[in-house]
Design a protein around this ligand. Structure first.
Ligand code: BT5
Length: 252
């Protein structure tokens, strides 16, 4: 906590050498927990991505979750994913690296994934009573040890910098950045965050295929809507907005 420059985020920090998943742990206590509670694990045994995918979380990485209690309708939850991606990208950029954001939840350096975001809400509720924002960052990890299929598309801060990062300082910056964005989220129009996000976007203007459990849409990414959905212009000229899904860049 020494050196942590926040007032809301990180007043309570749960630290573990190893945990199944910081998001799972945070979810268990979210109802009772104070807003801004942080869960950090040095490594995770069952780090989770979206839709049952996994997140490689060996020692040396940054795996953390923050419990937020914004008073927003459920269909605004995707905004927090974008907000968190922006905070992570800004923190990584402060190290001098050219981090860009791939919709909806990846931070890339030179086309390789260095960070993933997993936001989870209690979908039973129409109003969000708590939301868990999970952030995984390959800090000082060796991505060559990841399984094939993952390692080709992954990178780490250490690899890009050529030297280890100080993870304590990094996490302090990250939590500070999240708090600043969250204050903006609560006090300003979402367009304030969105325009910053779009400046760092790797996705707008690219040809993409968006896959959701129910459909697949191919076209050009032309923008992000006020709720955080991606707008895709399809070949037949239609504009389709998708609030969630997997985004793959289409080769042309
Ligand atoms: C994500 O999912 O990118 C969200 C990852 C969130 C991890 C954090 S760590 C703290 C918190 N606690 C948790 O249990 N989770 C959160 P998704 O967009 O579904 O991407 C998952 C895919 O990324 C996998 O299927 C792999 O292809 C790839 N991948 C897995 N581990 C990776 C890593 N360490 N670096 C880069 N790519 C990885």
């Amino acid at each position: 906590k020494d050196g942590l420059n926040t007032t809301l985020i990180g007043n309570n920090i749960f630290y573990f050498a190893e945990l199944e998943s910081t998001n799972s742990f945070a979810k268990e206590m979210a109802k009772e927990a104070e807003e801004g509670t942080v869960v950090i694990a040095e490594s995770q045994k069952k780090g989770r991505g979206r839709l049952g995918r996994n997140w490689q979380s060996p020692k040396g990485g940054v795996n953390l979750s923050v419990i937020l209690k914004p008073n927003i309708p459920l269909d605004h939850a995707a905004r927090l994913t974008l907000m968190t991606g922006l905070a992570a990208a800004n923190t990584i950029r402060s190290l001098g690296l050219d981090a860009r954001i791939k919709w909806p939840n990846d931070v890339l350096i030179k086309d390789k994934k260095v960070c993933g975001i997993l936001t989870e809400v209690d979908a039973e509720m129409e109003q969000v009573d708590y939301i868990i924002i999970g952030i995984g960052i390959n800090a000082n990890v060796n991505v060559d040890d990841f399984p094939p299929g993952i390692r080709e598309n992954a990178t780490s801060l250490q690899k890009e910098l050529g030297t280890e990062v100080n993870r304590v300082e990094f996490v302090q910056k990250l939590l500070y950045e999240i708090e600043q964005q969250y204050i903006k989220f609560k006090t300003q129009e979402f367009s304030a965050i969105l325009s910053e996000w779009i400046n760092l976007s790797d996705t707008i203007g690219k040809n993409v295929t968006i896959m959701t459990p129910s459909k697949m849409v191919e076209g050009k990414a032309i923008g992000i809507t006020d709720t955080g959905a991606i707008s895709v212009r399809t070949k037949d000229g239609k504009r389709v907005n998708l609030i969630a899904g997997r985004c793959v860049y289409t080769r042309t």
